[in-house]
Design a protein around this ligand. Structure first.
Ligand code: DAH
Length: 338
């Protein structure tokens, strides 16, 4: 009887299991109800009393050996499967979905490129600004309503730190750090303490432009904006309406002629045929002075535009909230097919 145990033991030891089917066969052959090891257990009662102890011990060792072997085989088969070494290697994988460039980034890059082509470089500044760069250096009077809690998210009071309300703060940083000629654009995120609606958001994006040199005039400003309108909108008819900003004098708002031929033109331009795209003007001498530039030697122009507005117009997006909601159905429309 002990010989039969030893025989089975060497058979079990010699078996190599390389697949799930072989593991099943092994279980059936040795460990199932009719398996060889189970059969030996049944024979236990026929063993003589003095051999029972040795036989039982040997049998238990054999059973544990077979069970361990079966279990180890299954585990290693599981592992090989997760690293993909078995199974059908020719099956196509799960397709990777490509993302789309966000419309705000696409428009920003397009505008930045237009200005880069005529020698503007890019500058950036912090989103949390001190009072000096966001307001004081830009000639905002102490009591100016834009400093009010209604418009500004203050992070700290006395000294004031706030989320910047416009990218004009980067103008100041540029003028403080380099001497003219300065020709720079500054794209970035800005924050206003305003109720969110279809047309306005408390977080949006702007692109600021600044050009400072000797003898820069309003004609240069108009010319560069004509070029921008031609490149971006494909329409070069612009008009400037007088406006007010503390940091420019004179100041203007710029409209691009859109046309008024159909219902869509009517909606986009609110019935005027003109699309309002930015604020601009000649940099106020006080602003130059505040940043360490001599206004008797240098002059310059600045402009600032909102990216959301321009993107809404370009893609006919009716609600500004769509830009930040991350709805895949919205974002997927901007896939470029790369
Ligand atoms: N900072 C202004 C705003 O947030 C936009 C602006 C107007 C920027 C005129 C300029 C400018 O540089 O000259 O509404």
């Amino acid at each position: 009887m002990l010989d039969r145990v030893e025989n089975l033991k060497s058979q079990v030891e010699a078996t190599v299991i390389t697949s799930r089917e072989e593991a099943d066969m092994f279980r059936l052959q040795y460990l199932s109800k009719k398996g060889a090891i189970t059969e030996l257990f049944k024979a236990f009662r026929d063993v003589s009393a003095e051999d029972k102890k040795a036989f039982g011990a040997a049998l238990n060792i054999l059973k544990t050996l077979a069970e361990d072997k079966h279990k180890a085989a299954l585990e290693s088969l599981d592992n090989t499967q997760t690293v993909g070494l078995s199974g059908d290697l020719t099956r196509p994988g799960t397709p990777h979905e490509l993302g789309a460039i966000h419309p705000i980034n696409a428009i920003r890059d397009e505008i930045v490129d237009i200005f880069k082509r005529i020698g503007f470089n890019i500058s950036t500044g912090p989103e949390i600004e001190d009072d000096w760069h966001n307001f004081s250096a830009l000639n905002f009077p102490e009591e100016h309503p834009a400093r009010d809690m209604q418009d500004t998210f203050f992070v700290q009071r006395n000294p004031d730190w706030a989320l910047r309300t416009h990218t004009s703060s980067v103008q100041v940083r540029a003028m403080e750090s380099i001497q003219p000629p300065i020709r720079t654009i500054s794209p970035g995120r800005v924050f206003r303490n305003e109720a969110i609606s279809a047309r306005s958001h408390c977080i949006f994006h702007q692109i600021e432009g600044l050009y400072i040199d000797k003898e820069v005039s309003f004609v240069d400003l108009k010319q560069v904006l004509m070029y921008f309108a031609q490149e971006f909108f494909g329409k070069a008819k612009i008009r400037m309406r007088p406006s007010y900003f503390p940091f420019t004098e004179p100041s203007a708002e710029v409209d691009v002629y859109w046309g008024l031929e159909n219902e869509i033109d009517y909606k986009i331009t609110k019935g005027t045929g003109w699309l309002e795209v930015m604020g601009c003007g000649m940099v106020d001498p006080n602003v130059l002075k505040a940043s360490g530039i001599d206004p008797d030697v240098y002059t310059g122009y600045a402009f600032g535009m909102g990216i959301e507005r321009i993107a809404m117009n370009r893609y006919q997006i009716p609600d500004i909230r769509l830009f930040t909601e991350n709805d895949k159905r919205f974002l997927e429309q901007f896939k470029t097919g790369l």
